[in-house]
Design a protein around this ligand. Structure first.
Ligand code: HEM
Length: 416
């Protein structure tokens, strides 16, 4: 998705199509969201097949929809690619439950993913990132977006306890779930791609759980940990463990690579920001927050209204699908002055909601933040400059804002 908006233009909000995949591959969504925040903060769209949804685009409303499960439930599904189809894992999958069950499943898993817990991984993650960047140091063209798809696998693979030989296939399957229409990932139709990937991913995790149950030498991986979770006193079934493993795999694989590529692109377009970060490494944590805000890789999440609800000056009827546009909230001028300026010294960048808001706030945020911090520390210290070496290509998805190709050439940094 284009992250630096083009010139302002007239937008007819009655005619926009937020599900038009071309908008995200070759179009320019930000001016549309700007107009929606200003003139139609609650927007209603009916698709050609009769499915309908409401959109909120302002920061405050996005936080309310994502954060208030009494008004907006997660139990019928949260991903727009499944709009209108109730989630088969409703009430079971961590992402598709509301408190109190959600709290019970999430709490013990959360203890494994706190900032303090993931800190012990720092040296390993740094080693992985140094090896990942190494081929780009020799002056040849390096397709960062394509290669970055494997980065979460290299980082979280060992944490999840899934063997390295399986990662490439899992990366492909998770990409199919989130961008089923992208030519790199589609298999036949969008519906077929979704069905195949969902089935194969679940089958993979279920098989894995079965193998691990039979293994007496249980290790300390996250999926093992899930086996000992007892929400309400009873252990999770293998089916439930598989569904949570599925959420973690998806969450880890489909977001971090696009934050990496989109932030690097922003730095290539603004070399003075890259130089600032090189000169002062203490700016890197803020660069990461600004990169998360700027890229908003999870472009939206969905909820369903429980009853008729008043929001953003209008009414959503009971059981209506509400899409909370995170990509827009992160450019809301009320929260982020001059929001389309990428500025690694921006104060308040940490208010970004790229990880969501409320009970479902990304459980992997500490790990993602650490991975991104190390990535940009290493990039700015090892590379003197980074340039584009070809046209970036955007992911064909209205759910994940990302790139499939970002060819770059880099120069080694010369130390004085
Ligand atoms: C830059 C990287 C990432 C971004 C932008 C991101 C974004 C998000 C967002 C917006 C949500 C909220 C969903 C909702 O409200 O329904 C979420 C939830 C979640 N994320 Fe992430 N994520 C990232 C990295 C990760 C990583 C590395 C993992 C795994 C280790 C992960 C696992 C999850 C899981 C399991 C949930 C569901 C939490 C729940 O339902 O309580 N994510 N993520």
């Amino acid at each position: 998705m284009r992250l630096t908006p083009g010139p302002a233009r007239d937008i007819d909000l009655d005619r926009i199509d937020l599900f038009d995949l071309d908008l995200y591959t070759s179009g320019d969504p930000h001016p549309i969201w700007d107009a929606m925040r200003e003139k139609a903060p609650l927007h209603h769209q009916v698709l050609a097949d009769g499915r309908e949804f409401w959109s909120v685009t302002r920061y405050e409303d996005v936080c309310r929809v994502l954060g208030d499960h009494r008004e907006f439930t997660s139990e019928r599904g949260t991903v727009v690619t499944h709009l209108g189809v109730d989630d088969v894992a409703a009430g079971t999958l961590m992402t598709s439950t509301d408190p109190p069950r959600h709290t019970e499943v999430r709490r013990p898993l959360g203890t494994k993913l706190t900032a303090r817990a993931v800190k012990s991984w720092e040296d390993k993650v740094r080693g992985t990132i140094v090896r990942f960047l190494e081929p780009a140091l020799h002056g040849a063209t390096f397709d960062l977006a394509e290669r970055a798809l494997l980065l979460p696998a290299l980082v979280t693979g060992p944490l999840l306890g899934i063997p390295e030989k399986d990662w490439e296939e899992l990366v492909q399957l998770t990409a199919m779930v989130t961008a089923p229409s992208d030519p790199h990932f589609t298999q036949g139709s969008e519906a077929a791609t979704l069905a195949i990937s969902h089935h194969e991913l679940l089958a993979y995790v279920k098989e894995w759980v079965k193998t691990q149950r039979a293994d007496e030498h249980q290790d300390d991986s996250l999926l093992h940990h899930l086996m000992s979770v007892r929400p309400g006193g009873a252990p999770l079934s293998d089916e439930e463990i598989a569904l949570d493993g599925y959420s973690i795999l998806l969450g880890a694989n489909v977001t971090t690579p696009h934050t990496v590529s989109g932030t690097v692109q922003a730095l290539i377009e603004r070399p003075e920001q890259f130089e600032k970060a090189q000169a002062d490494p203490s700016l890197i944590p803020n660069l990461v927050e600004e990169g998360l805000r700027w890229t908003s890789a999870a472009c939206n999440f969905m909820r369903y209204s429980v009853d008729d609800v008043q929001i953003a000056g209008g009414t959503v009827p009971a059981r209506g699908a509400v899409v909370a546009w995170i990509g827009s909230a992160n450019r809301d001028e009320v929260q982020f002055p001059d929001p389309h300026r990428f500025d690694i010294t921006r104060s308040g960048a940490k208010r970004q909601v790229a990880f969501g808001y409320g009970a479902h706030f990304c459980i992997g945020a500490p790990l993602a933040r650490m991975t991104l911090r190390i990535f940009f520390e290493e990039l700015t210290q090892r590379f003197g400059s980074v340039d584009l070496a070809g046209e970036p290509q955007h992911l064909r998805s209205y759910f994940i804002a990302g790139m499939t190709h970002l060819p770059i050439v880099a120069q080694k940094r010369r130390m004085p």
